[in-house]
Design a protein around this ligand. Structure first.
Ligand SMILES: Cc1ncc(COP(=O)(O)O)c(C=O)c1O
Length: 389
């Protein structure tokens, strides 16, 4: 049979994902693997969210939702954005989607197509390539260097702009490197967008997990709302990725343009989920604060131990839920290192090859288990590094 081109096989660096799949298989077979591959939070979701979801199911919030989201939920997201950015945001600026991933796809599908280019600093989250290709557009990589702490070089971003460029797509706090962009960097990127009439797409799923400095997104910068699209979710910061709840914030006309796409793709997000997350959108929940502290503490713990790993370089993250380790000086590829670590030390980490060319030689360690086990995993990585070369 024939398949459409452009979608199948678009996720790069599949070898890396095989390490993850093997780890899961081995764990299912009874091996005590410490799995630190994907960013699936280990904490329990907030009690209020669980009870509000159960209550919504009991009261039969099980019909179709309005396509762009339940109005109370859109208003709550808009209020949250306005509160955090001090910039106006109304319900008409918001579309609810089943997870940030769906939000990214819908956004790019609306902004870029055949013959268009989208500039993305890399390493980048593994799905970005597939999203851009799935829209028929071309992803243009701009490398992020370890020397700058994986912060973007504005000159390189500017040089990457061509007549085909439609958008610059940023992600802060960043997956996998943990870099948290400074206001001046966002302002610099915004200026490039303004000068070249580009969209600025901002993936902010880790917005609550910024440690080195406060999270700043482009929606908060003056005069930028007309060309900015922000995608976010509660998946990470409230430990509910399985809820598939996320949102898109953008100009009202852009949100209106999403309507036919959302109708044809998923016909709105589940209403009981939207009701369930309302407490998380409108109140400060203690579990979210505790989760944030968990990741910050774990990041420092793991980065501290990995500082001792021979022929490796660790990058203490400024935010997010991962630590990146450069294993190039060990003489091994990231995949070979991750394989050896799995086979010899029963720890699974993700080779960053799937995150773009600059991910080669890096492995990503998800901070998704309790401190004692994380400490054990980090010490096993140090032990493996000591045995190499
Ligand atoms: C940078 C980034 N963007 C988007 C997503 C997708 O988030 P969601 O689970 O809300 O779809 C992830 C998930 O890992 C991510 O790391």
């Amino acid at each position: 049979m024939r398949y459409a081109s452009g979608v199948g096989g678009a996720v790069q660096g599949r070898g890396g994902w095989n390490v993850h799949l093997d780890a899961l298989r081995q764990r299912a077979d009874g091996r005590d693997i410490i799995v630190l591959t994907v960013g699936d939070p280990d904490q329990a979701p907030p009690q209020r969210v669980i009870s509000a979801t159960i209550e919504a199911l009991r009261s039969r919030r099980t019909g179709y939702s309005p396509i762009l989201g339940v109005s109370e939920v859109r208003a709550a997201i808009a209020a949250r954005v306005a509160r955090r950015t001090a910039a106006p945001c109304a319900a008409e600026n918001v579309a609810v989607v089943p997870g940030a991933q769906a939000g990214l796809f819908c956004t790019l599908r609306c902004l870029a197509g055949q013959g268009d280019e989208v500039i993305v600093p890399e390493p980048m989250y593994a799905t970005y390539q597939a999203v851009v290709r799935g829209c028929g557009a071309q992803l243009v990589n701009v490398p992020l260097a370890p020397e700058t702490g994986f912060h973007p070089d504005l000159g390189s971003l500017r040089d990457a702009v061509t007549r085909q460029t439609r958008a610059i797509w940023i992600n802060s706090p960043h997956n996998p490197t943990g870099a948290v962009l400074m206001r001046s960097e966002i302002a610099g990127i915004a200026e490039i967008c303004q000068q070249n009439d580009l969209w600025l797409v901002s993936d902010e799923v880790y917005e609550d997990l910024a440690y080195a400095r406060d999270h700043v997104g482009p929606w908060s910068l003056p005069g930028l709302c007309e060309r900015t699209v922000v995608i976010s979710s509660l998946s990470k910061s409230y430990a509910i990725p399985g809820f598939r709840f996320g949102w898109i914030v953008g100009p009202a006309q852009f949100i209106a343009n999403l309507f036919p796409l959302i109708v044809s793709m998923f016909y709105g997000a589940p209403p009981f989920i939207q009701a369930g997350v309302l407490p998380a959108l409108t109140e400060e929940l203690p579990e979210a604060a505790a989760l944030r502290q968990d990741y910050q503490r774990r990041a420092m713990l793991v980065a501290g131990i990995l500082g001792k790993a021979a022929n490796c370089r660790v990058f203490p993250p400024e935010g997010g839920m991962f630590v990146v380790l450069d294993v190039r000086a060990s003489g091994m590829s990231s995949e070979a290192f991750a394989r050896k670590l799995l086979e010899q030390k029963e720890v699974a980490v993700l080779p960053c090859d799937s995150f773009g060319p600059s991910g080669r030689g890096l492995v990503r360690i998800a901070l998704t288990c309790a401190d004692a086990r994380l400490r054990e995993a980090a010490e096993r990585i140090v032990s493996l590094a000591g045995q190499l070369k």
